[in-house]
Design a protein around this ligand. Structure first.
Ligand code: FES
Length: 147
């Protein structure tokens, strides 16, 4: 499939946009400073907080936010368990059936896998891996190309 150019300048903070790339949904999430700070609090709860498992995190996304820039998170919106599409939950505290430490993220309706706002899967969930970060680059501050 062809690369897809995406205008990211119009995504309000704390929301996301979905585009299609190679027949898959790609999410672009505009994280707030609070959401970025919240990522740091989740490591002990996550299966692979440093994204060490191969195949899902390009080199440039091997950081806490799994992204080229902290405020913009790009991932493939397909659960790494059996391929359902998780839903977004941007509220904090007790959301997504999680405890008070919940900082927002994604919940897979099929078998309950849960991911944080960097697509990192929580422990003891059926999904084995973090959500995939696709290849992407910045063309300008407000435009990226996926693929
Ligand atoms: Fe997402 Fe099974 S497909 S938890």
């Amino acid at each position: 499939g062809a690369p897809v150019e995406v205008d990211i300048g119009d995504i309000p903070v704390g929301t996301m946009k979905t585009v299609e790339w190679r027949g898959k949904p790609v999410w672009i999430i505009h994280r707030s400073p609070e959401q970025i700070a919240g990522l740091k609090t989740q490591d002990a709860l996550l299966a692979d907080p440093q994204s060490k498992r191969p195949g899902f995190t390009p080199k440039y996304a091997e950081n806490e936010g799994r992204s080229r820039k902290p405020e913009i998170f790009v991932c493939v919106g397909i659960c790494t368990h059996l391929g359902c599409s998780p839903t977004s939950h941007f509220e904090t505290g007790g959301g997504g059936g999680m405890g008070a430490s919940w900082q927002g993220g994604f919940l897979c309706p099929c078998h309950g896998s849960t991911f944080d706002l960097a697509g990192r899967v929580y422990k003891n969930k059926p999904a084995p891996d973090n959500l995939e970060v696709p290849p992407y680059q910045y063309l300008t501050d407000s435009r990226i190309i996926v693929g």
